[in-house]
Write a new protein. Structure first.
Length: 281
């Protein structure tokens, strides 16, 4: 059985993502923070970690790019998960019994259109799955939680309203993290399969530097699926750039990296893996 670290609690969307990647037979190590996830991966306490990196509505989770940059972890895969929210209660409770609803702030916002049709008191919590666990523990007959169907299954709750989120096409992208020695691990040379890569680069703070770098990528026929800037803490008003690239073969990607470096660009590759977007679009 594979051991996987997730941020949050059993029954969370991170837990569902881990199951989607490895199968239902996984041993989950729940962590309080994303940095804790990276730490237990680095220490070899788990086989891998699952970390959210962006949401199709809310955008990128910028602090997690710093974890990628500073930790001894590499990216070996990704999962793209549709976020489906459900209203759940203790066994035998009905919609008419509900007086308050508890969940994470983002989940409450995602379900605002449904919640606005009721006069329930809304209570924010730290996690959707935690709300489900606390509901089961309390035995309340007047409280509901918003969480995943997995949370309802794990905590023996009844779902009284399925798929109550307002926006149907709401996806979160997760990265699969494995331990590696960043001082010696070179994915672009050691990995031979995959059609997607994540990396970051630094460029000279000069006119046209970014344009020429992106031109080198385009010239190799590579599809740049994401470009994200984030600040360099030790250099005010200077930025790193995170890039996700889609390509036909690893050799094509290697050529792009070589050309970027030939132009004086500092490139660090996090990993090469298979594009999970193929499974949803």
């Amino acid at each position: 059985m594979k051991r996987v670290a997730i941020q949050g609690y059993e029954g969370s969307f991170h837990h569902i993502a881990a199951r989607r990647y490895e199968g239902a037979d996984v041993e989950v190590r729940a962590c309080d923070t994303f940095r804790d996830v990276a730490r237990v991966v680095e220490c070899g306490e788990v086989d891998y970690g699952v970390m959210a990196i962006e949401n199709s509505i809310a955008g990128s989770i910028l602090p997690n790019y710093n974890i990628l940059q500073s930790g001894n972890v590499c990216v070996s895969g990704e999962i793209c998960l549709q976020i489906r929210q459900n209203l759940m209660v203790n066994r035998g409770v009905t919609l008419e019994d509900i007086r308050e609803v508890e969940s994470h702030q983002m989940a409450l916002l995602q379900c605002a259109e449904f919640l606005d049709t009721h006069s329930w008191r809304l209570v924010e919590s730290a996690d959707t799955a935690l709300s489900a666990a606390q509901l089961q523990k309390s035995g309340s007959r007047h409280t509901a939680a918003i969480a995943s169907s997995l949370a309802a299954e794990l905590f023996d709750l009844d779902i009284v309203a399925h798929d109550i989120h307002t926006i149907r096409n709401n996806y979160t992208r997760f990265l699969v993290l494995e331990a590696c020695d960043r001082s010696s691990y070179v994915p672009e040379m050691s990995v031979t399969t995959g059609n997607k890569a994540s990396l970051y680069f630094n460029i000279h703070h000069r006119s046209g530097s970014l344009y020429r770098t992106l031109g080198a990528i385009e010239g190799c026929g590579i599809n740049m699926t994401k470009l994200q800037s984030y600040p360099i803490p030790t250099e005010p008003w200077h930025y790193m750039f995170h890039v996700d690239m889609r390509f036909e073969c690893v050799e094509q990607f290697r050529l792009a990296v070589e050309q970027m470096r030939a132009n004086g660009v500092e490139v660090h590759v996090y990993g090469i893996y298979n594009d999970a977007m193929d499974n949803i679009f």
